[in-house]
Design a protein around this ligand. Structure first.
Ligand SMILES: [Zn+2]
Ligand SMILES: [Zn+2]
Length: 172
C-alpha cells in the first residue's frame, strides 16, 4: 500500500486498517506459507521532515514443527515504529540498510510504501525453531513415530540395555 505524504499532511495524521494478499507483498510459497492475508493497522503522522508510522502487522502462516515435523498454523502479531525521512541528496544509497536498523527508512518522492515493512515484519517474526506446542514430544529417535499420537515400545527397549541390566544387579 502506497500512501501519499500530501494526504497525511492535509489531515495531520491518518489511521489506516487494511489487508493485503501475501503475493502482492512478495510473500509466495517459496518464502513462507501464508494461510491468511496480511493485515496492518497503522497511524501515520506528519513530522517536520517526514512521516512517523506506528502500527501492528498480523497474519497466520503455516509452519513445520521442528520436533514432530507436523504442519501447524502460527499467528504472527508484530508492532512496529518507524520514521520515513526524505533521502538526503548527499547520502549514498548503501547506507540505507544501517538506517533501517534503527527504524529510519528513507524514501524518495511524494509517497511512502508500507508493503516492504509488512513483508519484513512477517519474515522476521518467523521462529528459528518452530514448535507446534511447547509440550510437543517430537518423534521417537528409534522408530520415527510421532510420540504425540503413538506410544511405541522403543523406550522400554532402550531401558533394557546391558547397562541398565548391570544397574539392576544387587551386590551380595
Ligand atoms: Zn510438534
Ligand atoms: Zn519408537
Amino acid at each position: 500500500m502506497k500512501i501519499k505524504v500530501k494526504d497525511i499532511e492535509e489531515k495531520g495524521s491518518i489511521h489506516l486498517s487494511y489487508s493485503e494478499e501475501p503475493a502482492s507483498l512478495g510473500l509466495d510459497d517459496d518464502t513462507v506459507n501464508c494461510l491468511s492475508s496480511v493485515s496492518v493497522d497503522v497511524h501515520l503522522n506528519r513530522t517536520r521532515n517526514g512521516v512517523y508510522a506506528a502500527g501492528r502487522v498480523w497474519a497466520t502462516v503455516g509452519l513445520s514443527c521442528s520436533r514432530c515435523l507436523e504442519r501447524f498454523p502460527y499467528r504472527i502479531d508484530e508492532e512496529f515504529y518507524l520514521e520515513y525521512r526524505p533521502r538526503p541528496a548527499e547520502l549514498p544509497a548503501e547506507t540505507e540498510l544501517d538506517e533501517e536498523a534503527v527504524g529510519i527508512i528513507f524514501f524518495d518522492g511524494a509517497e511512502i510504501d508500507l508493503s516492504d515493512q509488512m513483508r519484513q515484519d512477517v519474515l522476521l517474526a518467523l521462529p528459528m525453531k518452530p514448535v507446534c506446542n511447547e509440550s510437543c514430544k517430537g518423534l521417537c529417535p528409534v522408530c520415527g513415530g510421532n510420540l504425540n499420537e503413538v506410544q511405541c515400545d522403543c523406550s522400554s527397549t532402550v531401558i533394557d540395555s546391558p547397562f541398565s541390566r548391570l544397574r539392576g544387579l544387587r551386590l551380595e
